[in-house]
Design a protein around this ligand. Structure first.
Ligand SMILES: O=C(O)CCC(=O)C(=O)O
Length: 333
């Protein structure tokens, strides 16, 4: 056995081509149930014991739980990232020699959680730049449009625009007014080709960080919607922090403009860096000072947006319930 594990199956040339063309692919039943069980164990631990950052991110809607950098405190998720099959898929998709782990993110919408995920591009608010970046989205419950399965705008990763960052928790601090407004996609369904899939545990989505994506709230009365996102970077990625981008609260050695490195962004392929791996064993949580600074920045940014009087700074998005909506999208497969 060599680490990380080899996936149940490799990606076909056609899948890699489709990812390049559409900006997203869905692999059916590609995950061994043991890896799914590890994701579930990790997520349930995280749901029961949210970090301060997670509580802050999740505060707006009852039933909606988010958290990031779970692997820094939950061992089973650390093992998943270091030893699971994901890095090998990321290597193939990004066509990269090196694969680093960027961060993980939990998205939980309990039954009846009225919290759409706004249309957004991830890269616009990440403190990195480069082409070789990919995200995987792993659901733990059956998902369809009604319980917040993800929707993608086909091919949008090739559009020239960089949209204002609307993160699922609407963090004002990362909205860069110089960026483009996201169009109201659901209000103009004829203008966009949407992709979405009904999914089961064991299925996995892989998508480019510039592909526009979003989802309705969870309108199901019974079905939960728990998912874990894993983000990966490759050879060409550099650290590009700015006041308008997501802050990193964990220790790393990346320098502005240089490659990602250090314990927060561990090297997984071609082989682990033992120092980075061991650093995981030294407990680390974001300092209260860093968290408070982020919280204050967010409040100040939100106030500035309000004062500028421009409600257009956060453009409205139409998110009727899926049954009311009439998207001209492809039928789910
Ligand atoms: O699960 C969600 O609602 C959002 C997922 C997402 O935006 C992402 O993984 O980048």
């Amino acid at each position: 056995m060599s680490f990380p594990a080899h996936p149940l199956r490799t990606l076909t040339d056609e899948e890699v081509r489709r990812y390049d063309e559409d900006g997203v692919i869905m692999l059916r039943q590609a995950l061994d149930p043991n890896w799914v069980a590890m994701v579930e164990e990790g997520l349930e631990t995280a749901i029961g014991d949210q970090s301060i950052l997670g509580k802050f991110m999740s505060r707006k809607v009852e039933g909606y739980k988010m958290d990031i950098f779970l692997w820094k405190r939950i061992d089973v998720l650390r093992d998943l990232i270091y030893y699971g099959p994901f890095a090998r898929w990321a290597q193939a998709l990004m066509q990269s020699t090196e694969v680093r782990f960027f961060y993980d993110q939990m998205f939980v919408k309990e039954p009846g959680t009225d919290a759409p995920t706004p249309w957004h591009q991830d890269l616009s608010f990440w403190p990195i730049r480069g082409e070789q970046i990919t995200s995987f989205w792993i659901p733990l419950d059956p998902v369809n449009k009604d319980n917040s399965g993800l929707l993608y705008v086909k091919g949008s990763h090739k559009w020239p625009q960089r949209f204002k960052a609307l993160s699922p928790d609407y963090v004002a601090a990362i909205i860069d007014e110089k960026m483009d407004d996201i169009p109201d996609i659901n209000a103009h369904p004829d203008q966009y080709e949407l992709l979405h899939w009904d999914m089961e545990p064991g299925d996995i989505l892989m998508f480019h960080p510039l592909t526009l994506h979003g989802s309705y709230g969870n309108t199901s009365r019974t079905r939960r919607r728990r998912a874990l996102a894993l983000r990966w970077t490759g050879d060409d990625v550099t650290y590009q922090p700015s006041a308008k981008r997501m802050p990193v609260h964990y220790r790393h050695d990346s320098k502005e403009g240089g490659p990602l490195k250090g314990a927060a962004f561990p090297l997984i392929l071609p082989c682990h860096d033992p120092a980075e791996r061991n650093a995981r064993l030294q407990p680390e949580s974001p300092t209260t000072h860093k968290l408070l600074t982020s919280a204050v920045q967010n409040v100040v940014s939100a106030a500035k947006l309000q004062l500028s009087g421009s409600s257009s700074v956060i453009p409205r998005q139409t998110w009727n319930t899926p049954s009311e909506a009439k998207p001209a999208d492809k039928p789910s497969k």
